[in-house]
Ligand binder design. Structure first.
Ligand code: HEM
Length: 263
């Protein structure tokens, strides 16, 4: 066991820790962006609200969620440590622009990009995750026609009423219809993204995410020694087109959609 911790504390071990935690966080982003695509549905937020119930009540996902929080912390703290250690090892900055040519802008600024993302994640979790778990928020009832799947009636239950009734999320069949009662997280998201400052903050953060992943995804495979000639093209392609372009663009499209399209 001590050998394992000695390895973790070594330079190579810390880089492996960055690579493994980073790849786990990249997987989370795929799940998160896919689930959030339901925000684009024109169903009064029903699909997104039901998805949020599933993500916060299904036990295996609850466990993964705690693992996710620990991974974010580990990745950020270890990242800070590596940035500070590298700066101490190279007290003289690059002497000229020529010296920086062999490395990309993203690779030289991973610490700054990571810090922007940490500020984003903390703010983001306070606004949505904490609010959903512990805040007072309105609830919603949907009546869905079982045969067509269409929402035929929706009603809002004010937060104060929901609290006095001690509501729990539920989906039940009633006379050929499905009745769904759940917290209205969709309304919280839609309201937040009506604010242009919030939207700008999200779009700028997604630019930081794009650059962070442009270097980070490929670098993780290099650390693990998997970037041999055979796979190099595939890893570069996935890192660039999926993680640095598609995922940040889809995330950025969400606040933009609520500001300009959704009324
Ligand atoms: C603009 C697009 C985004 C929207 C609309 C969005 C929306 C949400 C919502 C509504 C929640 C709370 C739901 C729940 O707990 O189930 C949440 C949680 C979270 N989001 Fe996002 N998110 C976005 C982008 C991001 C990005 C880019 C990151 C990371 C870089 C991120 C990281 C997280 C984390 C870590 C949680 C907590 C998850 C958990 O504990 O299970 N989100 N997000």
């Amino acid at each position: 066991m001590t050998k394992f911790f000695e390895f973790l504390n070594s330079s190579v071990g810390r880089k492996w820790l960055m690579a493994l935690t980073g790849l786990f966080l990249s997987l989370f982003l795929i799940v998160h962006v896919s689930g959030n695509l339901q925000l684009f549905k024109n169903d009064g937020g029903m699909a997104f609200n039901q998805y949020s119930v599933f993500m916060t009540t299904f036990p295996p996902i609850k466990i993964v969620s705690y693992l996710l929080h620990a991974t974010i912390l580990l990745h950020a703290l270890n990242g800070f440590y590596l940035v500070i250690r590298n700066q101490k090892a190279r007290p003289v900055k690059y002497a000229s622009k020529k010296d920086t040519r062999s490395t990309s802008w993203a690779s030289r600024n991973m610490g700054i990009l990571g810090t922007v993302l940490m500020i984003f994640i903390v703010t983001h979790m306070i606004n949505f995750w904490y609010q959903y778990k512990f805040g007072a928020m309105n609830w919603k009832t949907y009546v869905v026609e079982a045969t067509t799947g269409k929402v035929v009636k929706e009603d809002m239950i004010p937060a104060a009423d929901a609290a006095t009734q001690n509501l729990q999320p539920v989906t039940m069949d009633y006379m050929g219809n499905t009745i769904i009662i759940c917290k209205d997280l969709y309304a919280v998201v839609a309201e937040a993204f009506k604010n242009p400052a919030v939207v700008a903050f999200y779009v700028i953060s997604m630019l930081a995410l794009s650059y962070h992943l442009l270097h980070g995804f490929q670098s993780a495979f290099q650390t693990m020694g998997i970037r041999r000639k055979k796979f190099e093209g595939v890893i570069k392609g996935i890192g660039t087109f999926i993680f640095a372009i598609l995922i940040p663009a889809l995330f950025a499209a969400m606040p933009i959609f609520f500001l300009f399209v959704h009324k």
